[in-house]
Design a protein around this ligand. Structure first.
Ligand SMILES: [Zn+2]
Length: 458
């Protein structure tokens, strides 16, 4: 891809409505464009990042036996009336009528649709256990849509649903899924993500975990023990200390609770080592039980010919929120520092003073060689200053950069640097044979991808 043809403007000034870094950088870097409150379009760089995250998720879901399906975005309300959620869920569920006057909903989660899909398709115990998942658009009518891709109304989500004939089997699978989630976040560039026990709220189950990126911009508060591995979210931790009475304002109330919890005794180890931290929720897993299978009449015949309700688990990851969270955790003041596994392009090729014949010839040859070798490369072929070129490259955040200039051509070399500044070398340039140069670039890509290879994470 040539940057002269890439859509999306890049600029210096932080827009007034961007309160967090990832939002500002993704607007300034030409990744996203706001369409309406919590409704966002993606330009190519963001779409490419999302596709790579989806590929990692798909790989890990398939590896734990998932089968990918597709459920509808628009559903008849009748389906949600079966589970009772048409009435019990608040206004975050968008309800409307179709042209025939029928009540409809926009999918914000898909338990009903998935039970509808598999109901009747797994009539015997021999069909169990199984897991289905999809990567789909969801709509949740959030009152406080903000922070770019972190809190939106329309978003892409991976949601998975498993079905079991015993609680033990669900628990075993839940554990496997927990491990798959750890691999997904590590491979996407967030190995520091932690899971915390949570209150499963409206999902209606008992055991649940949220995966969190600890970060000051996060809207969730996590209770952590500095002495052992006890972690919990606020709701589940309320039994640790009494909630301070008073404040009706949710945010300041939470702040007060967090403050009250500092230094409290840990329920696991007993030491007075509890601290409260902010976090961004990047995934969650729930043991749902039989809530949906019972409500919607999904049954199977067990070994003794008795009818039973399957026990369900469900597992979600917001793809865009994960992308924004990586940006939140991996950036400098100039732009995102995307990990190789999800970077929009692997290599950013800059041709400085490309009106110089040696530069344009060398850059064109390297560009062609990289494309031929299957390297994902964005080529800055514009006649712009080095300052503009480098600040744009910083905003696009590709992990590796090749710089061709009259100076590098003079010393028969190409500058090879990494976005994270750990690499800065000259690669010898021989226009008669650029194979060595291409292979040096490829070796560096392989090296930077190592952390994300599935085989290393098994
Ligand atoms: Zn502890």
């Amino acid at each position: 891809m040539k940057i002269s043809q890439l859509l999306g403007l890049r600029f210096k000034e932080t827009p007034a409505d961007c309160q967090i870094t990832s939002h500002a950088l993704m607007v300034r870097g030409g990744y996203i464009k706001n369409v309406g409150s919590g409704i966002i379009s993606l330009y190519a760089p963001a779409k490419r990042i999302m596709q790579k995250i989806e590929a990692i998720i798909r790989d890990e879901m398939n590896r734990i036996g998932g089968q990918e399906v597709m459920l509808p975005v628009v559903m008849p309300a009748a389906l949600w009336k079966e589970s009772g959620r048409f009435d019990s869920v608040g206004s975050e569920l968008l309800r409307f009528k179709d042209r025939g006057g029928n009540d409809m909903v926009l999918g914000m989660t898909h338990e009903e649709a998935v039970v509808h899909l598999v109901r009747g398709a797994a009539p015997s115990y021999s069909h169990y256990p199984f897991m289905v998942y999809q990567i789909q658009t969801k709509f949740r009518d959030e009152p406080r849509a903000r922070a770019g891709l972190i809190r939106v109304r329309e978003f892409t989500m991976k949601d998975a649903y498993s079905f079991h004939t015993s609680q033990e089997d669900l628990e075993e699978y839940y554990e496997e899924c927990h491990k798959a989630y750890e691999r997904i976040f590590a491979r996407a560039g967030l190995p520091e993500a932690v899971s915390v026990k949570s209150d499963s709220g409206m999902m209606g189950g008992k055991v649940a975990h949220e995966f969190m990126l600890l970060n000051d911009v996060g809207e969730d508060t996590i209770i952590i023990c500095a002495s052992c591995d006890f972690r919990s979210n606020m709701e589940a931790a309320e039994n640790i200390v009494e909630k301070p009475a008073g404040s009706p304002d949710e945010a300041s109330d939470r702040h007060a609770v967090a403050k009250a919890l500092e230094g409290a005794a840990c329920p696991a180890c007993g030491k007075k080592a509890i601290t409260a931290k902010n976090g961004i929720e990047i995934g969650n897993i729930f043991q749902l039980g039989t809530k949906y299978s019972e409500a919607m009449g999904m049954q199977y015949t067990d070994k003794d010919d008795n009818l039973q309700y399957p026990i369900m688990g469900c597992y979600g990851i917001g793809v865009g929120r994960l992308a924004a969270s990586v940006c939140e955790a991996r950036h400098d003041k100039f732009g995102p520092i995307w990990p190789m596994s999800i970077a929009p392009w692997q290599v950013h090729l800059c041709a400085l003073m490309s009106d110089t014949p040696e530069v344009s010839e060398a850059a064109a040859k390297i560009y062609g060689g990289l494309l031929k070798a299957g390297v994902e490369v964005i080529f800055d072929d514009r006649a712009v200053s080095a300052g503009v070129m480098f600040s744009d490259a910083d905003l696009l955040g590709c992990p590796l950069r090749l710089i061709v200039s009259p100076k590098t051509c003079q010393r028969n070399a190409v500058e090879f640097v990494s976005r994270d500044k750990t690499l800065k070398i000259d690669l010898p340039l021989d226009l008669g044979n650029i194979d060595g140069l291409i292979s040096a670039v490829n070796q560096q890509i392989v090296k930077q991808m190592e952390f994300s290879l599935p085989v290393l994470r098994l």
